[in-house]
Design a protein around this ligand. Structure first.
Ligand SMILES: [Zn+2]
Length: 98
């Protein structure tokens, strides 16, 4: 499948099933995307193991950004399937706020 997210390897943080990287077009300093390493199109299609991996990575990414940028708080955005890019690879957006 021709999916840029499936081919992604430059993760800032990762675990077995999920990876985190800085957004190409950041909405704020430290704007990061968290994706399942496998191609999944919708949050409800994630396995419980993938959900646990993503959940763990959201917390470690938050910790990483807390140390690096000290934001005031975060917004967690889970885009609807029809809002995803052409490749339709699910991502979760952790957006720091200052
Ligand atoms: Zn993909």
């Amino acid at each position: 499948m021709d999916c840029a997210y499936c081919q992604r390897e430059d993760f800032v943080l990762e675990n077995e099933l999920a990876g985190a990287f800085f957004a190409d077009k950041p909405r704020a300093k430290g704007d990061m995307l968290i994706i399942p390493k496998a191609h999944v199109e919708n949050f409800v299609k994630l396995s419980s193991k993938q959900k646990a991996a993503i959940d763990q990575l959201i917390f470690s990414t938050k910790k990483y950004l807390d140390q690096k940028y000290q934001p005031n708080h975060y917004n967690l955005v889970v885009p609807e399937e029809d809002k995803l890019k052409a490749s339709k690879h699910l991502y979760i957006n952790l957006v720091p706020s200052y």
